[in-house]
Write a protein that binds this ligand. Structure first.
Ligand code: PRX
Length: 649
């Protein structure tokens, strides 16, 4: 790696940062050599009701899996995000909210947020929610989404937030899996000027004959739009809040009691309910938020993620609020109504720390620098990236046009499963290289293994694994512990397998290369190819489908579907549009195939297994060196597919 591509830590940042280079080295070393002592000390950063004495009991042996942190301590996550700040910060702004329409602005202090959370916690109780119950949350990006999450945490209920872009079918499967009695939603959401029919989607989900568990739907009024009302089941947010008391003693939770469920896609089967628990998650989310973003008291922090993803959980709600930060929540998308919206928000609210995704950066880049001519940006200090590999070109654009070459970029690599950031620069400690997530956070031991599971040392490329547990790690797949062991700990025995590939350079920096399994990443949204395939084959005209990702300028990866139609069905543009709509309805807009190629046949082995590597290459328009096709039952299909491929860029 040439030194030209090394961006040095600015000396001013290094001098004032929580962690400088020397401190990083010392603390990292200590965290690996003596994890017990390291985490005993850092576990104190949050408030415990009963202090822990036990720190770590973990094993990655797939027959004897155990992940326990701070496990004899008790605490409450909402008290850590609210109550503990009240003495000093009752009047400090906790949430700045900007609506989709910039005219809509709100600020909520810690004192007010505390009151709202206590009231809604009591409201949930009045609707029958008890400790351990799963509450499904299907909300727009409004402060009330955070209120619901924290209210659940306050009474020991487990929230399961479903991204507002998911379809009724996707909601139904999550509600059934969690056996959720209560749903919290809004009449409608507003995003980029469009109305999202949240309540109507819930109604449709609940009309599914297999959804029998739901007793109550609490509906926040966001737009006042006309919605269907089912007496006895549906109840207004204002109605339940009206009579609710402002006093709610936080429930004393065990460190290993569940905090939330969040569904994410894997390479096979339905999305998995990733279960996170309370103590370790809170320690890890708050500590990474403070150190990775070098968060300082009084700063305004903006994370553009939706609350329906893990980034919205750890770095919009739990991490920053536990640290007493002022969090900006934007209802819409940062390039609507014009690409300059992002800059306008930063300037209007004097944002100090901005955390966003490569797909947005690329979308802004495509609009041209002129969009930022009026952007001041002098409040910005640190900028983050998350969700997918950031290409160096986008990194440099982010650095120049948004950061004015003054703000260190933290390219944070992590996953729904990891609860918090695992590999990332720390702004005051680690020089950056465009496109590299650089080095591990404290306590994180990444390694590269070959396909046999042998650890590879030095500068190399391989499968990315983590060798030992960290406090924010998921604890199980809800209701299916065997699947947890199988998915993450069996591929390479005794190691946590991330599903990602990575390179490590001669400086020990990690460069994430993307998924090595059948998961694709579309605009930072994770999707299993199997899910899209199963949606496609459930259409009456489809006999078989194979889905792969292909490089896409803005989205990172696009969705490329090869579809074999049932006998007698005629290929047409209309059918193609129909299939796109179908997948949208089955899963949600984010799963809509970009390209659908009609395939008379698919490349299969003699035993009938689809050889995806050929399909990936054809979709990527890499057709000159396809590799050995001798194991195919009918190698001729390849030529036909190449001939009619759709991506010729
Ligand atoms: O492939 C990696 C990619 O996103 C995956 C995790 O997706 P999800 O669970 O939805 O969480 C996204 C937000 C944490 C990873 O397996 N990914 C995430 N961040 C990066 C990344 N790839 C490269 N660089 C990143 N900074």
């Amino acid at each position: 790696m040439s030194t030209q591509s090394l961006y040095k830590v600015p000396s001013e940042i290094a001098a004032n940062a929580h962690i400088n280079e020397e401190k990083y080295k010392k603390m990292y070393q200590e965290s690996i050599v003596n994890p017990e002592g390291f985490w005993r000390e850092h576990g104190q950063r949050i408030d415990w009701i009963k202090p822990f004495t036990k720190v770590k009991k973990t094993s990655f042996d797939d027959h004897n899996l155990s992940i326990n942190w701070f496990y004899d301590g008790t605490l409450n996550a909402s008290a850590n995000c609210l109550d503990r700040h009240l003495e000093k910060y009752s009047d400090k702004v906790a949430i700045i909210w900007e609506g989709d329409d910039a005219k809509d602005q709100r600020t909520i202090t810690y004192g007010e947020l505390h009151k709202d959370v206590c009231k809604f916690a009591n409201a949930l109780r009045s609707q029958g929610v008890r400790r351990g119950d799963v509450v499904t949350v299907y909300m727009p990006m409004v402060p009330e989404a955070a209120v619901v999450m924290l209210a659940c945490a306050r009474i020991g209920a487990v929230h399961s937030v479903v991204f507002g872009g998911f379809s009724p079918d996707s909601i139904a499967s999550r509600v059934i899996d969690g056996n959720s009695k209560v749903i919290v939603t809004a009449d409608e959401g507003v995003r980029a000027g469009r109305i999202i029919p949240l309540k109507a989607n819930i109604d449709e989900a609940l009309s599914h004959p297999d959804v029998t568990c739901v007793e109550r739907v609490i509906v926040l009024e966001r737009t006042g739009g006309d919605v269907n009302w089912e007496e006895g089941r549906d109840i207004k947010w204002d109605t339940v809040m009206e009579t609710a008391s402002e006093h709610c003693v936080p429930e004393e939770m065990g460190a290993e009691d569940p905090l939330f469920l969040l569904y994410t896609s894997g390479s096979t089967g339905n999305p998995k309910g990733v279960l996170h628990t309370t103590g370790g998650y809170m320690v890890y989310a708050s500590m990474t938020h403070e150190y990775v973003f070098d968060y300082k008291d009084g700063e305004v922090y903006w994370c553009t993620a939706d609350v329906g993803w893990i980034t919205g959980h750890s770095y919009m709600v739990y991490g920053p609020l536990a640290n007493g930060a002022t969090v900006l929540i934007h209802e819409g998308v940062p390039n609507y109504p014009t690409p300059s919206r992002l800059g306008e928000i930063v300037d209007r609210h004097k944002v100090n720390i901005l955390y966003t995704a490569p797909t947005l950066i690329r979308a802004l880049m495509a609009e041209g620098k002129e969009q930022f001519d009026k952007f001041d940006g002098s409040s910005l200090r640190i900028m983050g990236s998350v969700g997918e590999p950031i290409n160096p070109e986008a990194w440099r654009w982010y650095n120049e046009v948004i950061g004015h070459e003054q703000c260190p970029i933290v390219d944070t690599w992590w996953q729904t499963e990891t609860g918090g950031i695992l590999i990332s620069p720390l702004p005051g400690a680690i020089d950056t290289k465009p496109g590299s997530a650089t080095r591990p956070f404290f306590g994180v031991q990444p390694a590269l293994v070959d396909n046999m599971g042998n650890i590879i040392e030095g500068a190399a490329e391989g499968n990315l694994v983590i060798l030992d547990s960290w406090p924010g790690q998921m604890r199980t797949v809800f209701g299916d512990h065997d699947r947890f062991a199988l998915t993450y700990f069996k591929t390479f025995r005794g190691m946590y397998f991330t599903g990602d590939g990575a390179k490590r350079d001669e400086d020990g920096y990690y460069w994430i290369t993307g998924r090595v399994d059948d998961v694709i990443n579309v605009s930072g949204h994770r999707l299993g190819t199997a899910e899209v395939e199963s949606a496609l084959v459930s259409h009456e005209s489809v006999a078989e489908a194979a889905v792969v990702g292909y490089p896409h300028d803005i989205k990172g990866q696009g969705i490329y579907a090869y579809v074999t139609l049932t006998r007698g069905t005629v290929e047409s543009e209309e059918l193609r549009q129909d299939l796109r709509k179908w997948v949208r309805k089955e899963i949600g807009a984010l799963a809509t195939p970009d390209l659908i190629q009609w395939a008379g046949g698919l490349p299969k082995t003699r035993s009938g297994k689809i050889m995806r590597r050929f399909l990936r290459k054809i979709a990527a328009n890499e057709v000159t060196n396809l590799g050995d096709s001798s194991t195919l039952a009918d190698p001729a299909v390849i030529d036909v597919l190449i001939e009619s491929r759709l991506n010729r860029s």
